[in-house]
Write a protein that binds this ligand. Sequence first.
Ligand code: GTP
Ligand code: MG
Length: 253
Amino acid sequence: MADLLIPDDSVMQKLGEVFNRDMVEFALQKTYSFAKLMSYYRCAMMEIETKFNVLNEEFSLMFDRQPINSIKTRLKNPISIREKLIRRGYEMSVESIEEHINDVAGIRVICSFLDDVYMLAEALKKQDDIEVITEKDYIKKPKANGYRSLHLIVSVPIFLQQEKRVMKAEIQLRTIAMDSWASLEHQLHYKKDNDFDTLMEAELKYCADLSAELDARMDLLRTEVYQGRQGEETTGIDILQAVAGKFTDSDID
Ligand code: GTP
Ligand code: MG
């Protein structure tokens, strides 16, 4: 165990008055292993977030528009990890978390348009250090309640001082419309306390259909606006203009 995790003698003595010393060391060892695993998941999230930021940057230089509206990352909290292990009948251990829980590291990519969801997913899947473990396309096949998003469980390597670790992460790609529907639906369900009747469910599904139509119409509009532009060779002038747009005026020399 890392030395910095062993409390100083006075703390160990106080803990020892209540608990047996072996128990304290065991608990500290487990806490350290858990914290280390969580830190690896944070690294995996950073790697994947960077990959998407790089794609966004490249796209914005080439086509002068950004396919990514925003990226959110979250580390699953220990209580939810514990609940999921219990619910699925797995033992509670660091090894078990790594083996059975695919969504400890979560990355949500909110895209400007529907086509961008698939373009970004394909670009990521092509990268040779990314392995796709599962893919669920809730856009082509929405859930019964109307939920739409593209879900990927992937593995990505992280490079540490002494070793390379391959970590799993859940990526959810969706449009702004899909995201606003999902977050409102999540809030409503959180409040519902089991009195969500069929009429309310039908209304939610109707809203999901409206949001799907909104996405389709916006995508059509985007195709019209950008028609011809994406196939075009970007000229030197375009690139200079795009690059110039990346610098903000500043009075700091
Ligand atoms: P868990 O939901 O994580 O236990 O895993 P699963 O195997 O059911 O995975 P799935 O890919 O279906 O969903 C994973 C995640 O997608 C969820 O944790 C939510 O963040 C999101 N999600 C799935 N279905 C819905 C939904 O109906 N509404 C909302 N708001 N989010 C959903
Ligand atoms: Mg989940």
